[in-house]
Design a protein around this ligand. Sequence first.
Ligand code: SF4
Length: 189
Amino acid sequence: MGVKRWLEAWPVYRQLTGTDPLGRGKAAQSARSAGLAPRTEGADRVADSVCPYCAVGCAQRVYVKDERVVQIEGNPDSPISRGRLCPKGSASKQLVTGPHRERKVRYRPPYGTEWQDLDLDTAMDMVADRVLAARRKGWQDTDEAGRKLRRTMGIASLGGATLDNEENYLIKKLFTALGALQVENQARI
Ligand code: SF4
């Protein structure tokens, strides 16, 4: 390698002599990084979404290739987040694709020491049976003076920050229809 080429391979030299005096662009680029392309470039399509982690609701762009999520980035079209994501939102691709994501229903019965795998239909039936039983058990038709209450104190809903407006709307409708009074949500933003 000649001296000139050797010098040009040196980032400080390029920074001092080139058009990138702050060393944040071409001056800092290696041959390897110059050959890299962003994951977003080869995506088949991009879906608009919302970060599932908290109530700020930052907008996301979800890049998909071969029906698999390859990257998730902030959506600059959002008037709320304007393309930004916090570290949690930036890492949300792992929520979808991470190897630790649980993909089966796991059930540990009362006093059980081992987890069991259930199919989703069985698990949903079990949840429905328990909701109905708790509702019935906690049902209050009237108070001591005979005034109508027609409510249950046997079930409650505590929502998390990842629920969006539409989900909260449906949860409120469902629990109110079941006669529950205690409908709360953790989100306070
Ligand atoms: S977790 Fe972060 S990126 Fe996601 S909505 Fe909240 S602030 Fe936005």
